[in-house]
Design a protein around this ligand. Structure first.
Ligand code: PLP
Length: 375
């Protein structure tokens, strides 16, 4: 028996519909989208169709979508792209202390070039305060980058409120929507963002494909130089196969958004209720309501997360802390949320998805409960 997969925030399987949409581009359609003959036209049309599908899901124009190799590249492109294209306006960036490394590490890199970054704190639920964002703004601030939803605890940030602040102060605003897309509504106009990152493998498309929304009129410094693909913003022959997969998955996500979210929440809440009843000492991390519907980050006090994961072999989930040779490495997110050490060290992220069943949840819960009691 394969372990029960409760790690959908790490990655998702490719859905059958997505694989079916991609298959002709493995077997048959191989043309280079830049070629003017029929082989090229076929793949060019497929890429443009996918661009429309992605754009529709986030409510923008297809011309505002650039395909990338994933969420990491989209974040790199957005942050570096704004920083280097607009450094004549200022050198200050505002972000949060709970961003993915694909944001934090880019900001750290930019510090070598004279940029300064403010890493905003979060409250005990992992929430950024929009008033802190406004208070951190300086004359030199050119970019605010705050994630839409956190990958570890699932807290959904007040992006629309921050968007209003960014607009009021005429500052570019980027959000990393790698975790939120397909789980909650993501509408670039409602959120008031100028740039938004997408990661295909978090929503049932393959790994190695993503996209960046760039609001019309916004200038970015190029990240990858070469020929003039992707509106002359991202050089390299298009990853047609996976772009088709990303497009299809966005179409499906849009059609089934509500239905999927209900399923994610039902399975997640069932897991929580079973665990909480048997183990009342556990602590739920992340915002109680403003949280991704599939994400359940739990602390099992006085237990080591990696020991627990090693014992629950029939459940695949992620640890929020790693203990090795007497040291405990707590994730930066849990640290920023000030989770007490004896809770933080025993933190596991469970994340449900499209293929999680209620009976899987019961089996997983029983195994977790037995193991925690044993440990
Ligand atoms: C919030 C967030 N941003 C960015 C990424 C990176 O995306 P990718 O794996 O497509 O590079 C991830 C993936 O773990 C993520 O959770």
């Amino acid at each position: 028996m394969k372990p029960i997969y409760l790690d959908y925030n790490a990655t998702t399987p490719i859905s059958k519909e997505v694989a079916d949409a991609m298959r002709p581009f493995l077997d048959e359609y191989f043309g280079n989208p830049s070629s003017s003959h029929i082989y090229g036209l076929k793949t060019k049309m497929a890429v443009e169709n996918a661009r429309e599908q992605v754009a529709k899901l986030i409510n923008c124009e297809p011309t505002e979508i650039i395909f990338t190799s994933g969420g990491t590249e989209a974040n790199n492109f957005a942050i570096r792209g704004i920083a280097f294209a607009h450094q004549n306006r200022g050198n200050h960036i505002i972000t949060s202390s709970i961003e993915h490394p694909a944001v934090i590490q880019v900001c750290k890199y930019l510090e070598k070039f004279g940029f300064e970054t403010t890493y905003l704190p979060v409250d005990k639920f992992g929430m950024v305060n929009h008033q802190d964002v406004e208070a951190a703004i300086r004359n030199e601030t050119i970019l605010i980058t705050i994630m839409h939803a956190n990958n570890e605890v699932g807290t959904i940030q007040p992006i629309a409120k921050i968007g209003e602040i960014a607009q009021k102060h005429n500052i570019f605003f980027h959000t990393d929507a790698a975790q939120s897309l397909g789980k909650i509504n993501v509408d670039v106009k409602e959120l008031g963002v100028d740039l938004l990152s997408i990661a295909g493998h978090k929503l049932y498309a393959p790994k190695g494909i993503g996209a960046l929304y760039i609001r019309k009129g916004i200038k970015l410094e190029k990240l990858i130089f070469g020929a003039n693909q992707e509106n002359n913003l991202r050089a390299g022959t298009e990853n047609v196969l996976e772009i088709v997969g990303l497009g299809k998955t966005c179409e499906i996500a849009q059609q089934n958004l509500k239905k999927n979210a209900i399923h994610y929440q039902k399975t997640r809440d069932y897991l929580y209720s079973l665990l909480k009843e048997a183990l009342p000492q556990i602590r739920l991390n992340g915002h109680p309501e403003k949280r991704l519907p599939n994400t359940l980050n739990l602390s099992f006090p006085d237990i080591k997360a990696n020991e627990l994961l090693a014992c629950i072999k029939d459940v695949a989930a992620s640890a929020g802390a790693a203990c090795h040779s007497g040291n405990i490495d707590i994730s930066l997110v849990l640290e920023a949320m000030n989770i007490p050490l004896n809770f933080a060290m025993g933190t596991i992220r469970f994340s449900t998805g499209r293929y999680t069943t209620m009976s899987e949840v019961e089996i997983a819960a029983n195994e977790i409960i037995d193991t925690v009691k044993y440990l």
